[in-house]
Design a protein around this ligand. Sequence first.
Ligand code: BGC
Length: 729
Amino acid sequence: MAKEAIRYFEVDPWKVTERGFNPLSGRVGESIFSLGNEYMGIRGQFDECYSGDKLIGSYFNGVYEDKPLSYPEYFNGLAKRCCFMINANNWLYTRIFLDGEEIDLAKIAVEDFMRELDMKKGIVTRRFSYKGVDFEFERIVSINYHYIGCQRITLKSKEKHSVVIHSGIDFTPIHEEEGKNYWVGCENADDYIICRTESSGQRIYSKFRTNHAPSASHREEKLIWQEYDLKLDGELSFEKVVYNFVEREIDKEIDKSLADKYLAKAYCEYKSEHIARWAEIWEHSDIEIIGDDENQQGIRFCIFNMHQTYHGDDGRLNVGAKGLTGEKYSGWTFWDSETYCLPFYMFNNPKAAKNLLMYRYNTLKQAKERSVEQGCKGACYPMVTIDGTESCGVWQHGNLEIHVTAAVAYGVWHYVRNTGDIQFLTDCGIEMLVETSRYFASRGGWSPKTGEFGLWGVMGPDEFHMMVHNNTYTNYMVKKNFEYTVETVRKYGYPVDEAELNLWSEMARKMRINYDSESGLFEQHDGYFDMPEYDVKSMDPNKVPVYKYWAYDSIFRVNMLKQPDVVLMQFFYSKDFTPEQKKVNFDFYESRCSHESSLSPAVHSIMAAEIGNLDMAEEYMAYGSRIDIDDYNRNTHQGLHVTSMAAAWMNIVYGFGGMRSDGDILSFAPKMPKKWKGYSFTIIVRGSILHVDVAEGRATFKISEGDSVTVEIFDKKYEITKEGVSVEY
Ligand code: BGC
């Protein structure tokens, strides 16, 4: 595998620590120490002034601006407008003057610098010493209360000092990707400010309170701050609680009295509730690994970020590929949500899983409009989106990656199968199934040569092959989409003509799936086997990403893959393929995959474990779980690969735990990586809490809360109760 780790942060099972001030790693640290709560997120930037290189980043889920997309003449049906989540207010805005000298780490030499994320508690701390004064900064983005962010600054010294602190809210940060600030000041007072986005008109009302009385107040159009003249004599603690409210319904009045209610509560109360909530989350979501602190830290970092990015409290919000940790990928929702994130939430927070799908239901109207724009019927879901419309300015992806629509139907199928939520299926899911089938029926066509139905002019998940015909992954997913739609409509009823249902069945039956029964290989798309070979093992690990170093069209001339395609299909519908088919296809495609996408290694690890190549499974897992902590892709400074973290979770539960969720009941086939002495994980299965503990030679399954559940372990059925079942392997 042509990727290498950069080991910068200390290895610890519950903490991520940066020791020593290293400006060159500043942005990587800002991403790693990001905090969020689904509603808002903030990077790990310094609280006080820092004149060195930085990205002051604060993001609110669903708060965006847009820009027109333009193309040469005759390019119909391409996205016309691109929405992007914008950088918002720096609610941590702070300036510190010690005996009149401003604290700015780019200008002064501090000692004992450290920055740390405590994943157990959800708290980021930073410390350093200067002129005999110990500085400590602590911050929280409340996991209990969407609107609340907190900061505490503690100074300690044996000498007396004068300290001046400026504390406020700053709406002037630049959205770096566009080199522009998008906020317009609306209203301000000494302790609150309201700004709105320039063209989308979304308003944010921010108010703060500290534990000291200010000596002066300053107001500018987009920045307010208060000045505090303080004395340091031993210890000084400065606490700030901030309330940030996003007005999503443009005409709804902002309720200012609500802010006062929230701000009446002290920092320490928010902190203790926050820690208690994280303890509950870990109780039901932790993965414990014995004997491998690196992957232990890696997987907890992933679980931590999945929970802080999304809880499913609002069906209008979704998970961006980089969560709320940076500007790259613009806060967009991808197919990652249904394929990679949904399983994590389905088994850790089913309400969140449902709301990921509700987001698609709530944006069905936009998907239908998009389909019409492309000369099709039904609903075509966007490649990337914030508000449900297509925002992809690269038409090759936006128009050709039609597998995204099939992923939505797959998500409905997978969710209903594992939660039994028939109400959701009949109220919302069925409509999405019908409209997605309608889209594919109109997007595909019949081969005059073979009489097969197929999808021409597409791009599969492997984005290194553009405008191909009959991508096997896509065709298979669409075949399943048709079959599940027909089955659901027949079972639960929905106004669709019998003729239309029959047509979809026929399309499913006659779907072209390129399969060579002699070798057992699925051909990734028409003509793939003819393509010139490229040796991915010869790639220079420092010359990635490929997109940056290769001429764009040269990527499409060889058989190198960006990410799994056929292998992914065999994972999603694992029960449909034999072990031999999985092995032969894995061996073939793995050796041709560059893993340019961070979603790739985990799926390879899962399938390597299934076919019995544990060494390879272990190697891929390290890369998946530590992708950002070790900056494997050299782009952590842009933000975290949040959706890939969901893949890393699957890597352990589906990979080593051997779980499969595409059968009639959940099945498991645990394995132990060589380096590990044991591991355990907890999942929610139809309301019951199932604990799986894998020791050497023995796996124990136990229900800790709720009713018993029936699962398959190594192909044998067991009823798991509170007494537990132990199986040798
Ligand atoms: C991958 C896509 C993915 C996107 C966001 C791209 O690099 O190729 O499949 O949806 O990243 O994670």
